[in-house]
Design a protein around this ligand. Structure first.
Ligand code: NAD
Length: 314
């Protein structure tokens, strides 16, 4: 039997964004330059770096991969921060694989942080602050690119209801997110809750609920830990409109039987977190999201350039 739902590829969702990006790049007087720093010998990171380079070039950006010894990365980042020829900087983590990586990440200038991983941007996200320059509100804050990609995907899939006011467009939606990393899962849960959803955020230890309240009376989301004797993935999943997974393990599979018919299902892990039979349940299934993420990275780069131009004109 033919499944009732559809599989939607990231390339399809990314297309309008790549077109918009190409057009906006062509309007600039400069060729924007992204520099990627590779300071580990992880073949997966190198593959990702090459892929970033190819995407950059195809959309009209300059891309330079700088391979440095991990002990020289700090100096290399400081130099790139000061270099006017460099518009965007990213590092392929892990480098040291410990807290020193956070220090290196925070060292990237907010003016060049294409991934949106600076403390300033996270703080704005968690506090539902959408502009860098209130009350003028001309310079939009930067969002971390994977959570932002997820928002764009949910918009494309029609989970965001455009009839509702901006900022409330997930009102009434329930979303399960299996991953609570600082890079993706936690900011994603906050972002979706700030837009009005009730989010169940699952990690290896527990389940938390992120919500602005059933009636959205709160200005930003609140988090509570759910009692494990009452709440489980098994009993929450069937109540959800959307299920998002990001478990970095080939062995992990989200149980298809927990998924209600007609659910929107998205996997952002590089591992396949669903078995193929998910297609018999999902209304819309997005098996991977990388192409949308990289579009958001380059969109962030253009936004950084815009914001800088606005500041210069002041
Ligand atoms: P991470 O290791 O930092 O976090 C993994 C999260 O999953 C943690 O919150 C952990 O508690 C949770 N988890 C692990 N096993 C679980 C289980 N059995 N049940 C419930 N929760 C469990 O990883 P990360 O940086 O968040 O990346 C996750 C995956 O997403 C990786 O495969 C990574 O490559 C991919 N990723 C994809 C994109 C993209 O744009 N496509 C971007 C970033 C990361």
């Amino acid at each position: 039997v033919k499944p009732a739902g559809r599989t939607i590829l990231a390339s399809t969702i990314a297309k309008p964004y790549t077109e918009e990006i190409t057009e906006n790049v062509s309007k600039l007087s400069i060729t924007p330059k992204l520099v990627g720093f590779l300071a580990n010998d992880d073949p997966a990171a190198e593959m990702y770096a090459n892929w970033t380079g190819k995407t950059c070039q195809s959309l009209g950006f300059d891309y330079e991969l700088r391979q440095v010894d991990k002990n020289d990365l700090e100096g290399a980042l400081i130099k790139a921060n000061k270099d006017d020829q460099v518009n965007g900087i990213m590092v392929y983590f892990p480098v040291f694989g410990n807290n020193q990586d956070q220090y290196l990440q925070q060292l990237i200038s907010t003016e060049k942080d294409v991934e949106g991983l600076n403390f300033l941007y996270y703080h704005n996200l968690y506090h539902n602050v959408r502009f860098l320059d209130p009350p003028a509100n001309e310079q939009k804050s930067i969002l971390p690119c994977t959570p932002l990609a997820m928002v764009k995907i949910l918009e494309y899939l029609g989970v965001y209801n455009k009839l509702l006011h901006y900022g409330n467009r997930l009102y009434g939606k329930k979303v399960l997110v299996v991953n609570r990393s600082e890079i993706v899962g936690r900011p994603l849960a906050a972002l979706l809750a700030n837009d009005g959803a009730t989010v169940y955020s699952v990690d290896i230890n527990n389940i938390q609920q992120f919500t602005r309240g059933d009636d959205l009376s709160e200005q930003r989301h609140k988090v509570i830990e759910l009692d494990s004797s009452e709440y489980s993935v098994e009993n929450l999943a069937p109540t959800c409109d959307v299920i998002i997974t990001g478990v970095p393990s080939d062995k992990y599979k989200f149980p298809t039987e927990y998924v209600r018919n007609g659910t929107v299902v998205i996997n952002f892990s590089s591992a396949k977190n669903f078995n193929d039979d998910i297609k018999t349940k999902a209304a819309l299934y997005v098996p991977s999201i990388g192409k949308v993420t990289i579009s958001m990275l380059l969109r962030n780069l253009l936004r950084l350039i815009d914001n800088k131009n606005i500041r210069r004109l002041k």
